[in-house]
Ligand binder design. Structure first.
Ligand code: P6P
Length: 291
């Protein structure tokens, strides 16, 4: 993952020079216009991870079906699920975008496809790489959250912070308020409440950048269901679950509005979910209006 994301970071930073910005002209499995950097990023991760002897399954936002590479008997111990370039519609305007990844251990027996659809609480590792003002890797393996920054002079991610704890008390909310009339009345009541209680708003429109700010500074990020997307927009397996593991490991909360995201029983690789995540006090303030 570090090798692939170093290569992706280089591609992003040279995109305009190498003229690989813009759309491919076709849609991905999500029905969204695919960007040329989506395809490049996806290929880089598939190649780097596909060569790892212990990777049994690769599942990408950009591909309808997973790649079944190695059985357990052939050494395939892990499934890696990923969004190769989340927020890619922002990349042409040099806004921070990211790679999100989730790692599940494959059982000795049974169906690999079934094992791949495990709830987020079964993840053995999760994290993201943010291609922003610096290239930041945030990683958890279930024992806290650590942050690494790519040191271009040596070409390696170097550890800069161990055991990140999400701060409480930051009255900042992050949501696309253009959809206010399409949210539930509970979310609309929450928005009225924050407007009357000295909150500030920060919304980048790139999940990795918004969540990274919440992880380091606190506050709450929300992408609730709308009339057009009653199940929510963000994908459970390779966006919400890995981010939820990171946030919980940093002492925060990540819910779908009623329960922990990590306890959702998946029914499909590309299913979507509502996301409310951040510091416990700020997620609690949302839930006071939603329960
Ligand atoms: P909207 C980017 O397209 C993305 O998948 C996430 O990175 C981001 O949080 C969300 O969609 C933004 O969606 O509807 O606010 O443009």
């Amino acid at each position: 993952i570090s090798l692939a994301t170093k290569a992706i970071g280089n591609k992003i930073r040279c995109a305009r020079i190498e003229d690989v910005v813009g759309e491919v002209g076709s849609e991905n499995v999500q029905g969204e216009m695919q960007h040329r950097l989506d395809v490049i990023s996806n290929e880089l991760i598939l190649r780097c991870l596909g060569d790892r002897d212990n990777v049994g399954i690769l599942a990408s936002e950009e591909n309808e079906t997973p790649f079944l590479l190695r059985s357990r008997e052939e050494g395939g111990r892990y499934a890696v699920l990923f969004d190769p370039l989340d927020g890619s519609s922002n990349v042409d305007s040099s806004v921070g975008v990211g790679t999100i990844f989730s790692v599940l251990r494959l059982p000795d027996g049974g169906s690999r496809e079934v094992a791949m659809l495990s709830p987020g609480k079964d993840q053995v590792a999760a994290g993201y790489v943010l291609y922003g003002s610096s290239t930041v890797l945030v990683l958890t393996t279930g024992n806290g959250v650590d942050m690494f920054v790519l040191d271009q002079s040596i070409g390696s991610f170097v550890l800069v912070t161990k055991g990140i704890q999400i701060p409480s008390g930051n009255k900042t909310y992050s949501i696309n308020e253009a959809y206010t009339e399409k949210f539930s009345k509970e979310i609309q009541q929450y928005l009225e409440w924050v407007h009357e209680n000295d909150y500030s708003s920060r919304y980048i429109g790139s999940m990795v950048a918004d969540v990274h700010r919440v992880l380091l500074k606190g506050g709450v990020f929300l992408y609730p269901p709308t009339k057009e997307k009653p199940e929510g927009k963000l994908r459970l397996m390779y966006e919400a679950n890995p981010m939820a593991m990171v946030i919980e490991q940093a002492g925060g909360m990540a819910v779908d509005g009623s329960k922990r995201i990590l306890e959702i029983e998946p029914s499909g690789l590309h299913e979507r979910t509502s996301v409310i995540l951040g510091s416990s006090d700020q997620v609690g303030a949302v839930l006071q209006h939603c329960s």
